[in-house]
Design a protein around this ligand. Structure first.
Ligand SMILES: [Mn+2]
Length: 358
């Protein structure tokens, strides 16, 4: 059984539970290797079951060799109940479930199916925070794909191009390079739309003199990348340059603050102070960054409420921004990995000085 499952069992012991039901598909994949859309894991100190339906039995057998595959049709609960009753006859089990994922109706059904068991809500999200070497390789590759795709489509970013066409070309370029999909709906926000931190690409055409923010990423073998660059169409005005350089300074200070042992909120505060000092604190209304991996947003959060401590091997984004309604915005984002003496920047292949497209 894998190191990951060992760690999950230690976690179970720590919260005094006899079993854990893993339902979220990213966590199912993380512990078992199964990448399909429908399966759940039931893990105890001495057993590991994967429950799935007819469509996925063969795939689960191949991808999750450490798990005993239990096939069900319709509802998984009768098989679950039977399996636990025969493995632990007469024992009143305390079962952990993902309270941050399982919906209320499912929880009610679980209680009905296993009325003798006690249920304990837990979150498994922080257990995926620190990545192993293979996970970091996949995130790095997803980032390489993003950066190469961005370099390829750069000549298409010019006055008259539509935001949505740029987003589409970026996606094509990523998929041709091996991405299995896009990490999220790409943000291409030009001119005044740049004030929308999550301004998904629209039909708006780019215009001379505008700033354009592009936020994008690839998925490679389940793992995500995330980066943002803001460009200028033409020569930047004094104000565009002032705001851009302030965000860049904050981004660099944020990266420099990262080291093992620091909390997410201390990194956030270091970068945020730069923007507050520049007079734009109110216009930076989101957290500095987030972890990523099998999901685009994971623990730890780099934000004013980010209590988690950064550890070596944890990838996080660093993405300050300034947004001025009616005027536009600037965001710059790299993905970095916490290392022994700071961090390694996976986005180092793409420059951060303001690119003026002429
Ligand atoms: Mn991000």
């Amino acid at each position: 059984m894998s190191i990951r499952t060992d760690r999950l069992r230690q976690f179970l012991a720590g919260i005094a539970c006899d079993a854990v039901l893993v339902s979220k598909k990213e966590n199912v994949r993380y512990y078992s290797g199964f990448s399909g859309s429908n399966a759940q894991l039931l893990i105890t100190p001495d057993q590991a079951w994967l429950l799935t339906d007819f469509r996925y039995v063969e795939q689960a057998t191949q991808q999750a060799p450490d798990f005993s595959i239990l096939r069900y049709s319709g509802s998984p609960y009768p098989v679950m109940t039977e399996t636990l009753a025969s493995a632990y006859p007469g024992k009143k089990l305390t079962i952990a479930f993902e309270g941050d994922f399982v919906v209320h109706d499912t929880f009610e059904a679980l209680k009905t199916a296993l009325p003798e068991s006690a249920w304990q809500s837990c979150s498994l999200e922080s257990l995926r925070m620190q990545k192993d070497a293979e996970e970091l390789r996949l995130i790095h590759q997803a980032m390489e794909i993003s950066q190469q795709a961005f370099a390829q489509i750069l000549p298409l970013i010019k006055p008259g191009a539509r935001e949505c066409d740029i987003a589409l070309e970026l996606e094509f370029a990523m998929r041709r390079r091996g991405a299995e999909g896009k990490a999220f709906d790409f943000i291409v926000a030009s001119g005044a739309r740049g004030a929308l931190p999550h301004g998904v690409a629209s039909e708006k055409e780019l215009c001379e003199g505008e700033l354009v923010t592009l936020d994008f990423g690839a998925v490679y073998k389940g793992y995500h990348s995330d980066m943002t660059r803001t460009l200028c169409l033409g020569t930047a005005s004094e104000k565009q340059l002032e705001i851009y350089n302030l965000v860049l300074k904050a981004q660099e200070v944020g990266c420099a603050a990262i080291q093992p042992g620091i909390t997410g909120k201390d990194v956030d505060a270091a970068a945020r102070q730069v923007i507050i000092s520049g007079g734009y604190g109110e216009q930076f209304g989101h957290g500095l960054g987030h972890g990523l991996g099998l999901m685009i947003h994971e623990e730890p959060r780099l934000s004013p409420v980010g209590d988690r401590i950064l550890t070596i091997g944890t990838p996080v984004t660093v993405e300050p921004g300034i947004y001025l309604p009616g005027w536009g915005g600037v965001r710059i984002e790299d993905t970095v990995v916490v290392s022994a003496d700071g961090c390694i920047n996976l986005t180092a292949g793409t420059g951060k000085e303001l690119l003026e497209i002429r």
